[in-house]
Design a protein around this ligand. Structure first.
Ligand code: ZN
Length: 211
């Protein structure tokens, strides 16, 4: 299965050069800029509809926090499966997605205990975990602030328990990239750079990963 991962496009989805075909497209959140412009949200959904991927998954980010307060807005995304603290199985591949981040109160779970309880619900055997925020210490360093980690310790502990093949996230734009630790390949798929320009390309890979 050919997977294309991207995140943090912040209204600039039309400027991305995306391979127009594939098996599964995964957007790990922050497709908008604080959900300010409804036309752009509708256009994001239209853009998703134009991409010829057999399956599409979107996990909202903190910029889409209004989807937590007003769940009816989730219906704006009709051309992808929206994952909000839940699982989906696609062609035998089990995925779980969550918009929760640890450095703001988006989508609830503002305390470590709440996040621990949430991440305890990630089913064993999950192949791909998608979260908007990174796990603590992995591709989560802020720009020009080496050693300042914005990732979530509770999420890291859950990933170590579940041991997925792939963990996809974004949120910390400066740490875009991939890293393999143990059995898990971590992918920070942020598209926007520090400057706010679209600096990066989506990350494409074959799943299952070659071992
Ligand atoms: Zn974010």
């Amino acid at each position: 299965m050919r997977i294309l991962a991207l995140s943090d496009t912040h209204n600039l989805h039309r400027s991305i050069t995306v391979p127009m075909e594939g098996d599964l497209l995964i957007h790990a959140g922050d497709f908008s800029f604080f959900f300010e412009d409804m036309l752009v949200i509708r256009d994001f959904n239209a853009w998703l509809g134009e991409l010829r991927f057999r399956h599409k998954i979107v996990v909202p980010g903190n910029h889409e926090r209004i989807m937590y307060e007003r769940p009816e807005l989730r219906r704006l995304i009709t051309n992808a499966t929206l994952l909000i603290n839940e699982s989906v199985t696609i062609e035998g591949v089990m995925l779980w997605g969550s918009p929760v981040t640890c450095d703001d109160e988006a989508f609830g779970c503002s305390t470590a205990d709440e996040r621990r309880a949430l991440y305890a619900s990630i089913p064993d055997g999950t192949d791909i975990v998608i979260t908007h925020g990174p796990p603590y210490g992995v591709c989560d360093e802020e720009f020009r602030a080496k050693g300042i980690h914005r990732g979530c310790p509770e999420l890291l502990a859950a990933i170590q328990r579940v041991n997925p093949q792939v963990h996809i996230f974004g949120h910390v734009h400066a740490s875009r990239g991939a890293k393999r630790i143990g059995e898990t390949t971590f992918i920070n798929a942020a598209m926007l750079g520090w400057s706010g320009d679209l600096e990066n390309k989506p990350i494409s890979f074959e799943f299952p990963l070659g071992r």
